[in-house]
Design a protein around this ligand. Sequence first.
Ligand code: AMP
Length: 415
Amino acid sequence: MKFSALDLAEPLERAINDCGYKKLTPVQEKTLSKARRGQDLLVHAQTGTGKTAAFALPILQQMLDVPKETLSASPRALILTPTRELCEQLANAFSRYAQFTHLKVTALFGGVKLGGQTSKLKMGTDILIATPGRLLEHMALNSVTLANAEFVVLDEADRMLDMGFITDVNNIIKHTAEKRQTLMYSATSSPAVNEFCHKILNNHQEIRVSEINTTAETVNHVMYPVEESRKIDLFKKLLDEQNWFQVLVFTSTKEQADRLLGALKQHKIDAAVCHSDKSQGSRRRALADFKSAKLQVLIATEVAARGLDIQGLDYVVNYNLPYLPEDYVHRIGRTGRAGNKGNAISFVSREEERTINRIETLIGTSIQRVVKKGFEVSDRQSLLKSISSNRRPSKTNKASSTRITGNKIRKKKKS
Ligand code: AMP
């Protein structure tokens, strides 16, 4: 479907042209008209599917349909999102979609001083995009009121729940206009998300844009079995051999991220880290340098990288597997976006084997296992072979198979 069929206001059509969008993406096709009619929605859509425009355009359209004066520190639309990066990204997208209207967008997120944000709020705000913690700080200081917030979006609601924002979000919602439209977006589906949405949405419709909890079909999934201690070497080897340009690497901890950065720098590889110990300025710089292709590798922890829209990313590497299989879906949402091909590469140590099985169950596809010569994991291959039924174990694998099933022997070998 073409955007012209939607009959949007001229300033919005102009902005869509300016963005170069020709046709609606599936999430836009399924939700845009419903949202425009004021319907509450729970939308299950992956990251990178064009969901920002799917909620921004109908909200902007409704705001233009019933024009109201821009007020100081009292927005008509509130978009809550879990991380600073996502908040900035949404604000940029909203500002682009609203660029030919009179509507003003303000972003509130932590890590920067409150004062500048307060002044911006005072100067007039129609659309407020905020992380829950920083918004509550401003609310406590009376620098913003939500009494006129008649459009509310909960972006990445599943992640907000995972990050423990449920009480904060509930407290914020209580202060919004009683008669409001609420749109909730969640990449994954869970009983917690359902319960939350029943509390917050009113007579809502649930829309699934793709298979539940799956990843984009354009993503090629590969895993390398490797000892934890050899992951850095394997990463450097693959980076060299396979000419990966622009890789986003996820680690589980800040320490792992810093260690990997040190190792890459020793090898004169342009890389940076993005994690919560880094200042907002340094995170923003790292992201900007990565986006402008000054950096080959961006290393990030889960929370810091949440929702990053990095265009045309070919490779996402899971240096460690995420603890929750759902987070695999979030992580690799950075590749294979908007129809492009992408590669999700996971390094899997023995300890992470169970997780990879749970991930495969969740995404409903088996992940291709590649054993890299020189990085074989002793004891491990036989286990992998027994998982993948279509390969016969070799002699060495038979021997190791005996070892891997005997816990005692394995422990003895380790000590
Ligand atoms: P989002 O899921 O909102 O983060 O969007 C992912 C990417 O898709 C962003 O770079 C958008 O600019 C882009 N995008 C959104 N809608 C469209 C569209 N209809 N056609 C082409 N690209 C789009």
